[in-house]
Design a protein around this ligand. Structure first.
Ligand code: ADE
Length: 388
């Protein structure tokens, strides 16, 4: 970090104060921005906001707040209930983490959200960013937060022509964010939420609105006309290919056979039609799929699959879907064993189905594809290793 700039106390105080005042006047009206803040709703909204657009969380937050107004209410529900409500929000591991977080608050903290960042950070689903956000916004503690938006604001303020994922840059950003959170004093809650809002609404990746920025006079990138070059673009991770062959079987009553995925890993615990997977882009033949699934001879299959592509954070998935009719419904269910069961189309909304799984059913002529956040551009991707 030797070659990265340090802040100055007086300048940091002026910057933090300007951001806090700007936020007080310009904050978007979002459903979790209550006065006073409810710490549990703050935890829940921050976990929902990891990896999902603000607008989408804003649409869905109310149902979660009504159904799970306290950690105790969520801990009393099953993880399946939370997963089912999470349907369409993507990154389903967060639903499991949120439920585990509620249980940990009930078991270890008597149902009361702890106010120290260290204790918050030890909760499931709460990484350093989320701990900093809840500690500062809900409890007024001088704790920092750094995500993609905040890194960009800091790099531009200091005129550092680096990518946010370059070695040393994240450690530097956390150090600068710590200085600024301390310098914000009593205004830390509005400063904290203000700096994320500034990154989302003004100091945007492209065409930032410098004329509306409360700290443009402190901004080196603005002074040097370099906002279009700072930060440097990230090096894109290559997504590994995954081929999935899905067999969507319906019985004579139009019910569809579904089974849960393993609890951990990609789409952990979500429901799906019987699927075969391979770490390759090349297709898996129908014959191989039927054989692997143990349903050969028990179903009548369409000849041609429907194909679609799906991208997750780490995988480029090619899905081939065969619609099939059950010849021996009971034998098929037994052949699949475990928790495989027949579900009517009406009951699908009570199950945790991801966007990819919905699209499999849609490709076979069942249900609607529903929202597809996993495929949309995200406003402020936050991947905290512990959170995902
Ligand atoms: N992104 C992450 N946390 C947020 C918050 N509290 N408000 C708006 N956007 C956010």
């Amino acid at each position: 970090m030797a070659d990265l700039p340090k802040g100055e106390r007086a300048a940091d105080r002026a910057i933090a104060r300007a951001i806090a005042r700007w936020f007080e006047a310009n904050a978007r009206d979002l459903p979790w921005r209550l006065t006073p803040r409810d710490p549990w709703l703050s935890v829940m909204s921050e976990i929902m906001l990891q990896q999902t657009q603000v607008a989408r969380v804003a649409e869905r937050f109310g149902e979660f707040a009504d159904r799970f107004p306290t950690p105790t209410a969520m801990a009393r529900a099953s993880v399946g209930d939370v997963l089912a409500m999470w349907s369409g929000l993507g990154y389903y591991r967060r639903a499991r983490m949120l439920h585990a977080c509620a249980c940990a608050i009930v078991e270890q903290h008597d149902g009361v959200v702890p106010d120290e960042a260290r204790e918050l950070h030890s909760l499931p689903g709460v990484g350093r960013y989320t701990a900093g956000a809840v500690a500062s916004i809900a409890f007024g503690k001088p704790k920092p937060l750094v995500d993609g938006n905040v890194s960009r604001v800091l790099l531009r303020l200091h005129g550092v022509e680096r990518a946010a994922d370059e070695s040393g840059v994240q450690a530097w950003a956390w150090e600068r964010a710590t200085d600024l959170a301390r310098a914000s004093g009593k205004l830390v809650a509005t400063y904290s939420e203000g700096v994320m809002e500034l990154g989302a609404m003004v100091c945007t990746p492209r065409a930032p609105l410098c004329a509306s920025c409360p700290v443009s006079k402190h901004c080196r990138a603005h002074q040097l006309g370099m906002t279009d070059r700072i930060p440097k673009p990230k090096t894109r991770a290559i997504r590994k290919p995954l081929a999935i062959s899905a067999i969507v079987v319906t019985d004579r009553r139009g019910r569809v056979l579904l089974e849960p995925r393993p609890a951990s890993g990609l789409w952990g615990g979500l429901w799906q039609p019987p699927c075969v997977e391979r770490d390759a882009a090349s297709p898996i033949s129908l014959a191989k799929s039927l054989d692997a699934l143990g349903v050969d001879g028990l179903i009548e299959t369409q000849e041609k699959p429907t194909r679609f592509e799906f991208a997750t954070t780490h995988r480029a998935v090619t899905v081939r879907v065969w619609a099939a009719k059950a010849v021996h419904a009971d034998r098929i269910r037994r052949a699949r064993g475990g928790s495989a069961a027949w579900y009517s189309v009406d009951s699908l909304s009570d199950l945790g189905l991801g966007s990819a799984q919905r699209r499999m059913l849609f490709a076979a002529g069942i249900a609607s594809p529903g929202p597809n956040p996993g495929q949309s551009r995200r406003q402020s991707p936050k991947v905290e290793p512990k959170d995902l």
